[in-house]
Unconditional design. Structure first.
Length: 234
């Protein structure tokens, strides 16, 4: 579908105000709740709008046909001028998602890792029995995984983690990093990675090897930004 649907994400505390300016549809929280999808007109073009965010704040993803993308951009830019609207790119979004402990496709979410290991098991409907991997998912539900994806705040020096760095505990490698970087809103270096479930507890101390140097890392059980998700759901 990538060649048929393109668009933009709008995010931030005034994202709903911006969207309401460019559509006749009701986009209030009651009419358009978190994780819902609607077909509406945005400006002069038909669009599929998803109430979803990868930044951790209130946000929407707006998809249109490729021939309508310029029109969509012009509509949003004109309507959001006095709201402080500014373009942001993938690197900014990838930094923001770390503060929400959001994984990334092919880094945290890939065929090598199971739903329960990554926390995606909350989206598995065990009432259904017609999807590929159903039996494996049921076994994992009944026998919890031996490792899980966790978030760490790293006392980094002049380099953040990237991926595949070893996670150490008491002189032994116990896990590995899947991705990470600098989280600008909270001003911390963040890493996502897998460790054994028996070692997972708030404030647990580890070390992550970055460029051959051991750096202290603390496990955090809650997202660093808006841990209860009130902004993206509000």
């Amino acid at each position: 579908m990538s060649s048929h649907r393109v668009g933009f994400q709008i995010a931030g505390p005034r994202a709903r105000e911006l969207l309401q300016r460019v559509t006749r549809a009701d986009v209030s929280n009651e009419a358009f709740p978190f994780l819902s999808v609607r077909q509406i007109e945005v400006g002069l073009v038909p669009a599929i709008v998803c109430r979803i965010t990868y930044t951790g704040d209130l946000g929407y993803e707006i998809y249109v046909a490729p021939r309508h993308q310029v029109s969509l951009y012009e509509t949003l830019a004109e309507a959001g001028g006095d709201l402080g609207l500014r373009p942001f790119g993938m690197r900014a979004m990838m930094s923001l998602r770390l503060e929400k402990s959001f994984g990334s496709w092919m880094r945290e979410y890939r065929p090598d890792y199971t739903p329960a290991e990554t926390g995606l098991d909350r989206f598995v409907s065990f009432e259904k029995n017609d999807f590929i991997g159903h039996e494996a998912a049921r076994r994992e539900r009944d026998e919890p995984p031996k490792r899980r994806l966790c978030t760490f705040v790293v006392e980094a020096a002049d380099a953040d983690v990237w991926a595949d760095e070893p996670i150490w505990r008491d002189g032994a490698v116990v896990g590995f990093v899947t991705s990470g970087g600098y989280a600008h809103y909270v001003g911390k270096s963040v890493a996502l990675g897998f460790v054994p479930t028996g070692l997972i507890e708030e404030g647990a101390r580890f070390e992550i090897e970055i460029l051959g140097e051991m750096r202290p890392a603390t496990l955090v059980a809650e997202a660093l930004f808006d841990p209860r998700g009130e902004r993206m759901r509000g």
